[in-house]
Design a protein around this ligand. Structure first.
Ligand code: SF4
Length: 168
């Protein structure tokens, strides 16, 4: 037991990444200020999957955990496009999903923006053009900002959201 506590005291918390914590703290502050200034403190995002492998969505789910905690910055994921300011679009844009994605976009009240998420929507990877794929998405919707990665990590997504907020 003494050995265990000696090791704990010597090693500290090994899962803690202090550099990431610091970087995230600064980004969070910038996002929170920007959301307050540009969206009166509340930015609603409707996520739409146009034919993804679901890894992009899994990374987005992590944004709601207690570590990234986007809701605390005023950013929330909403169930209806009618409540959204921004569409976060993942996936390769299949022919079957194209009319539904366009329909969801039409339902978002103006002013509205689209952020494409992951390499799929830009037709960068990993799929090839086939009879089922109607990518790239910028042929169908006006894309304001693109967040690259396959999948992008939660930190990449948060950085991408900040870039988007600076851009508009
Ligand atoms: S970009 Fe990669 S991780 Fe995201 S949906 Fe496409 S294949 Fe999946």
């Amino acid at each position: 037991m003494i050995k265990f506590w000696n090791k704990r005291l010597k090693d500290g918390i090994v899962t803690q990444n202090l550099e990431l914590d610091e970087e995230l703290k600064n980004i969070r502050k910038e996002i929170s200020d920007s959301v307050k200034k540009k969206f009166a403190g509340s930015l609603a995002i409707r996520m739409v999957d146009s034919g993804s492998c679901n890894a992009c969505e899994a990374e987005c789910n992590a944004l709601s955990n207690p570590y990234y905690d986007l809701e605390r910055l005023g950013i929330s994921f909403v169930a209806s496009p009618r409540h959204a300011d921004v569409m976060l679009l993942s996936g390769i844009m299949t022919f079957n999903m194209t009319p539904h994605v366009k329909d969801a976009y039409e339902q978002i009240p103006a002013p509205k923006w689209v952020i494409s998420l992951g390499d799929c929507p830009a037709m960068m990877a990993p799929f090839d053009k086939t009879y089922a794929i109607n990518a790239p998405v910028d042929q169908h919707l006006p894309i304001t900002h693109h967040i690259a990665g396959c999948p992008p990590s939660p930190l990449d997504i948060i950085k991408g959201l900040l870039e988007f907020l600076k851009k508009i």
